[in-house]
Write a protein that binds this ligand. Sequence first.
Ligand SMILES: [Mn+2]
Length: 248
Amino acid sequence: MKAYFLSDLHLGAPYFTDSKEAEKRVVSFLDEIKDDAEVIYLLGDILDYWYEYRYVVPRGFVRFFGKLAELADKGIRIVWFIGNHDIWIFDYLPSELGIEVVDGSLVEEIDGKIFFMTHGDGIGRLKPSFRFLRGLFRNKACQKAFSAIHPRWTVPFAYSWSRHSRKIEGPSEEDAARMMDNITSFAKDYRKNDSRVNYFVFGHLHLLKEFNISPDCEVVVLGEWISMFSYGVWDGIRFELRRYCHGC
Ligand SMILES: [Mn+2]
C-alpha cells in the first residue's frame, strides 16, 4: 500500500484553456491509484478559488469531488491541506467528502519514516504585502464580512485576482530562489529541534525538486498540475517523484 502526495492542481483557474480536461486528468489519476493507495495527501491550492457559505457552496468540481468521495468511502484516507487559494474550506467539504482538512502542517510516521507536510505559503520570511493579505484572508471578522457580499461580485473578483496573481509559468526566478531558501532554512532549523524528520514535503512553489539536507533527510517540492502533473509516491521503501501522463 502506498502514500501519494500532490499539490497545486488549481482546479477552476481562469488560465486553463480546458478546465474540464484538467479536472478529468486528475480524476483519472485518482482512479488509477485507488487500488494501491492507503492515504492521499493533497498539499494545498487544490482549487483555485473556493468559498463555503453556510447554506450554499460554489458550483463546479463535481467529478473531482465525486472521485474523492468514492475513494474516501472505499476507506482511503484523504488529507487536504489548506493552501493560499483554497483557504475557505469550512465544514462542508470535510463532512460531505469524508476527508480530513489540515490548516498548517502535519508530522506523521508513514511506514517507518517521518514526514513533515505543509502547503508552504506560511514558511519563512514572507513579503510584507503577502503577510498582510494572508492575515486578512484568515481573519474571522473579515471572512464574515466577505461572506455577506453577494457571490455575484466576489466570485468574479476572486477569479480576476487569481488571473493576475499567479502566472501560468509559475513564480519568477527571483521569487523561486527566495522561496527555495525559505523552505531549505526552515527544514534545517526544524531538524535542529526534531531530528526524526526524514521528508519535508511542500507544495506552493510550482517547482519540482528533491534534495537532501542530510543523509537521512530530504526536502521535496511537489510541482503542480498546470503543466507538470507531478506527484510523490512513498511505498515504504522509496520516495519517488513522478509525472502523470493522462491516457498513456
Ligand atoms: Mn500556493
